[in-house]
Ligand binder design. Structure first.
Ligand code: SF4
Ligand code: SF4
Length: 76
């Protein structure tokens, strides 16, 4: 069976570091960066990218819509 792998891209300059996406991710993929964006917010990033299943939960809950989800079928 083909496995789905996902990846997210965060528009870091628009992220306000609210952390809502972190709680919504069933795979514990996301964390807040130690670095800050131009507005001084700790932005979210893929801490564990290999765990992402592309479920889109994070993108759905983000109040600012700054996450884009990509899904790819992997032949395993
Ligand atoms: S797409 Fe799903 S698994 Fe991937 S980071 Fe977002 S919530 Fe987590
Ligand atoms: S929910 Fe959106 S604004 Fe909040 S930390 Fe996640 S990506 Fe940033």
């Amino acid at each position: 069976m083909a496995k789905i792998r996902g990846a997210i891209v965060v528009d870091i300059e628009k992220c306000k570091g609210c952390g809502v996406c972190i709680g919504a991710c069933p795979q514990e993929v996301i964390a807040l960066s130690d670095n800050v964006n131009g507005k001084g917010y700790h932005y979210s990033y893929m801490k564990n990218p290999e765990l992402c299943i592309g479920c889109s939960n994070c993108a759905i809950v983000c109040p600012d819509g700054v996450i884009t989800v990509y899904r790819k079928k992997m032949d395993v």
